[in-house]
Write a protein that binds this ligand. Sequence first.
Ligand code: ATP
Ligand code: MG
Ligand code: FE
Length: 341
Amino acid sequence: LLTLAIETSCDETSAAVLKNGREVLSNVISTQIEQHKKFGGVVPEVASRKHVENVDMVIQDALDEAGVSLRQIDHIGVTYGPGLVGALLVGVSTAKAMAYALNIPLIGVNHIEGHIYANFIEDPTLEPPFLCLIVSGGHSHLAYIKDYGRYEIMGKTRDDAVGEAFDKVARAMELGYPGGPIIDQLAKQGDPNAIHFPRVYLENDSYDFSFSGLKSAVLNYLNSQRQKGEGIKVEDVAASFQQAVMEVLIHKTLEGAKQKNVDKIVLAGGVAANSALREGLKKKAAALGFDVKYPSLQLCTDNAAMIGCAAYYNYLKGNTADLYLNAVPNLKLGQLYEKHR
Ligand code: ATP
Ligand code: MG
Ligand code: FE
């Protein structure tokens, strides 16, 4: 089976072709980071326009790179949420038009589910059940993945997502956008114990997260240093902030893995690219006998291959959409299509 997948939920226009769900024949990603950089974040209107300009070309490139023609495609998967409504609509409209014209099944994919499925591409032998820490620009979930398409959300952020906290802290230090990779690099030259930032664990036994207090603590620190006329060592701030985030994430993830009695822990989402998270979790998990997996860097951040993999497994379950499929900006993990008639 050949899947064509389209992803336009945020600031990456991406198309991919997959064979039997896990073999990536092409994964073309056109990023708009340069267009949004000067604004310090994604401007929704600009994102939608860029998707419109690029989507046809990106799809054609994905087909060419895979060496397949449109006629050979068996079904089309597309991200329909969560994300920016105008951005999502570009992919959804394109996918619907193509599915209709080619008379092939259409599958709507949850973007967050896609992030989880990046791991099935990375490791063709990976099978559920496992525990998954999903940390991206807009989401932070600790989820127990019982089976394909069956998720139990154990905890989630009550305020900022992890990636959002990285981006906001980087912006306050005028480091550029997106902040995650920059802080990751700077932190390698800094002292993680230089500044003590709060670790927020919330109630005992809670798997929820909260990062807005930490973000405020960093902003307060920067302001007070500036007011005192004292210097800011960005490497130390980056390392100390990152350490405060990762300690909490790693602790809760390991507790969750113990509770669910799994043997595998899987990372997903853009922040899964973070080197301190990857290495820190791997080290601590190994001591407890858990196997840790994460996607390669390109599969951590937004891409259509992960959407294609999720589309394939949804298709196998008969989970296809009709042409009433619409963009759902606040789509929840595990939520099924709403029929609009
Ligand atoms: P969502 O998936 O929640 O809809 P998104 O698609 O915008 O949001 P992703 O593309 O999954 O988010 O990830 C982008 C986020 O990952 C950004 O916030 C970015 O700063 C963060 N990120 C990327 N690389 C790293 C890194 N090495 N360390 C920390 N954060 C990172
Ligand atoms: Mg992005
Ligand atoms: Fe994403």
